[in-house]
Ligand binder design. Structure first.
Ligand code: PRP
Length: 209
């Protein structure tokens, strides 16, 4: 059995055509179902729909063989036990630091609000800056406005959310997009079953590039 972990939410609808190109079609409409595990038209392939931040955990531990995960999540969770095989070019955005527009850069220890605590720790450590990380789960843009933090680390797409809240981007940390990942052990033991799926997705991406 091959198990493929998908990220629920916005990127799911862009993921399904890639699977279809690989000849994999879920048994029913995933978007309108409350089920989380789906059989497919291929007897030995099933899909599991997870919260994005959990996908690498399932793949790293071998509960899923393949996974579709944002680079932001992969950077945060770490890459042991999995290989990144393909950049799917879905959900492209940037991971950035941001602060109140026109604010003087803080000196000394700065307070950084983010859900990407590990990425933030590494970024500020690389700059030799001392930080206090404030873990949040969403709406990071509020933190500087209510003096919970001096800066935030967050995803920026159009930049509209920053702008609408009087913030501006400061440093670019990484370009983000959705990646196809594979469990390292499964890549060896199930190579013959996995490669046709990977190759068909790659051919589809090349054809639509
Ligand atoms: C993301 C991100 C920003 C916003 C950026 O939030 O956290 O708030 O999108 O997009 P923009 O640059 O186009 O304005 P999302 O809506 O995914 O919610 P979440 O952070 O709660 O997951």
């Amino acid at each position: 059995m091959i198990t493929i972990a998908l990220t629920k939410g916005r990127i799911l609808s862009e993921t399904l055509p890639l699977l279809e190109a690989a000849g994999i079609v879920p048994e029913c409409d995933i978007a309108s179902s409350r089920k989380l595990i789906f059989q497919t038209n291929q007897q030995d392939v099933r899909l599991v729909v997870l919260r994005g931040s959990d996908v690498p955990t399932y793949v790293k531990r071998g509960s899923a063989d393949l996974g579709i995960s944002g680079k932001d999540v992969l950077m945060e969770v770490g890459g042991d036990n999995l290989y990144e095989l393909l950049d799917l070019s879905i959900a492209k955005c940037r991971l950035m630091t941001a602060a109140i527009k026109g604010a003087k850069p803080s000196t000394g220890r700065i307070r950084v609000a983010t859900k990407f605590t590990e990425v933030a720790r590494r970024h500020y450590a690389d700059q030799g800056r001392q930080v206090e990380i404030v873990k949040l789960y969403g709406a990071m843009e509020v933190a500087p406005l209510l003096d919970l933090a001096d800066e935030i680390v967050d995803i920026v797409d159009t930049g509209n959310t920053l702008k609408a809240n009087g913030l501006e981007p400061v440093d670019m940390i990484a370009e983000i997009s959705t990646r196809l990942v594979v469990n390292k052990a499964a890549f060896k033991t199930k190579h013959a079953q996995l490669m046709p799926i990977v190759e068909r997705i790659e051919a589809y991406l090349d054809a639509s590039a």
